[in-house]
Design a protein around this ligand. Structure first.
Ligand code: ADP
Length: 463
């Protein structure tokens, strides 16, 4: 069915984002016959996503606060261009409940969950209380309202060290500290509160048992506005640097069918509990013994969604647009299956030699000659936010592109990833490519010895 004839007719979609995700959304919009509108800041007047869209509107100066995070400017651009929907991408306004409310008020379909679902997951402590009620397993810990120093200390003692102090309002790895023993608790608490106050204007803390060798395994869920929900299996995102993902894969190595179903069903339960609609990701920590614990739900399309697309053959942006148009999910759970294995590597403009300092400059060359490297377009995908000749500025996230590969099995996919990384033709701006190559060719990674401390443990061979 054409989206123009859907219950909520969609003809024009505005993409309130930039870089690779804006370009990626534009591609699917075009395939579905929708007109795409890009928005841009002064720093992005000549950017790739602006060139790719059918129409582009300036929304403000370079500072994100005044452009990509400017609710009024984005809504005004949608009004001016007659956009019937806004796709927020990830980051920026994608998890901003006030922005969703502003879209509702303007009669524009927000391509994402209702404001209430975003709000329910926005606060880590409140989200945990909801998940506990829905029977989703939580890391042993404390997420109560009583924030008295003595109460928190007693809870940490009860949980048993090491514990992890986390800001309730936190995100992006900020306001988080491991406490190894009771004597270190008070100082860590004060440090965490200060950091959380500065970053989130909020001092509430929660405490979790600190798992020493967990894996980060997350489940892709999808719900429609007709009360149906499915899971599109899991991704392993254990390879992280400072709690930021670097290499992702799907499916998670070593999962058995029973655990996969258990985690998938828990994730759908979590989404249903909060009246979720659209694409969402439920993040779990997975222990060696197969126990898993809810960490948080990301109420948006994730950076790493392409590995899920590669193993399921589904286009998640198409699903998002259909759901936003009021249509039912395109598939039932029993129509979804895993085919092969996929990896994603995040290519950043940054210098691993200089503590990963973001790099800028004129991108002289950028591309991937598939045929020259003996690779097929079916097994390699480069989701890029830049082209050769572009300027890389210091204003935004330094991710240039994502390299996504698919193979019949993990070994084959990993071999393809290594070949594709080597074939990537990039010059003019320093990137983390060599670091990604060392990671992807590391014997422990090949053996799928994954934990969230992989980079820390193998640091010497990687840097
Ligand atoms: P943020 O919202 O700031 O990203 P998360 O709660 O998602 O914080 O945690 C980020 C990362 O920190 C996880 O992916 C995991 O690597 C690590 N982590 C979080 N909670 C625990 C825990 N209880 N034990 C061990 N590692 C944890």
């Amino acid at each position: 069915m054409s989206l123009a004839n859907a219950p909520i007719p969609l003809t024009t979609v505005l993409i309130a984002n930039r870089g690779e995700i804006a370009c990626r959304v534009i591609r699917t919009a075009r395939r579905l016959g929708l007109k795409s509108v890009a928005v841009y800041s002064d720093a992005d007047a000549l950017a790739y996503h602006v060139r790719e869209a059918d129409e582009a509107i300036r929304i403000g100066p370079a500072a994100a606060r005044e452009s990509y995070l400017n609710v009024e400017a984005v809504i005004a651009a949608a009004r001016r261009t007659g956009a019937s929907a806004i796709h927020p991408g990830y980051g920026f306004l994608s998890e901003n409940a006030a922005f969703v409310a502003a879209c509702d008020e303007a009669g524009i379909a927000f391509v994402g969950p209702p404001a209430s679902a975003i709000a329910a997951m926005g606060d880590k402590s409140a989200a945990k209380a909801r998940m506990e009620a829905a029977g989703v397993p939580l890391v042993p810990g404390y997420h109560g309202d009583d924030q008295d120093d003595a109460v928190l200390k007693a809870e940490a003692d009860r949980i048993g060290y090491p514990v992890l102090l986390k800001a309730s309002a936190g995100g992006g790895g900020k306001g988080m500290r491991v406490v190894e023993h009771g004597e270190a608790f008070q100082a860590a608490l004060e440090g965490c509160r200060r950091e959380s106050q500065a970053a989130f204007n909020d001092q509430r803390m929660l405490i979790e048992k600190y798992l020493t060798q967990p894996r980060h395994v997350e489940v892709q869920v999808f719900c429609d506005s007709h009360g149906r929900g499915v899971y599109l299996f899991e991704r392993d995102c254990s390879v992280q640097r400072r709690h930021q993902k670097v290499l992702e894969e799907a499916p998670a190595p070593g999962m058995n069918e029973e655990l996969r179903r258990e985690m998938g069903e828990a994730a759908v339960r979590a989404a249903r509990e909060i009246g979720y609609v659209g694409a969402g990701t439920v993040e779990f920590l997975l222990n060696v013994d197969g126990s898993f614990y809810f960490m948080e739900m990301n109420t948006r399309l994730q950076v790493e969604h392409p590995v899920t697309e590669m193993i399921t053959g589904e286009d998640l942006v198409e699903w998002q647009l259909r759901v936003a148009a009021g249509l039912p999910l395109p598939r039932n759970q029993d129509e979804l299956a895993i085919g092969g294995h996929a990896f994603e590597a995040r290519l950043y403009a940054e210098d691993p030699e200089q503590d990963f300092l973001p790099a800028t400059g004129h991108l002289e060359r950028f591309g991937l000659d598939l045929a020259g490297a003996g690779l097929s377009a079916a097994s390699v995908r480069l989701d890029s936010g830049v082209e050769a000749g572009d300027e890389v500025s210091m204003h935004y996230d330094p991710m240039l592109a994502k390299l996504i590969v698919h193979g019949h099995d993990r070994d084959q996919a990993l071999a393809t990833l290594n070949r594709a990384l080597a074939a990537l033709d990039v010059s003019g701006v320093t990137t983390n490519r060599a670091f990604l190559q060392r990671l992807a060719s590391h014997p422990a990674f090949k053996k799928a010895e994954l934990t969230t401390r992989f980079i820390e443990h193998h640091g010497e061979e990687l840097f």
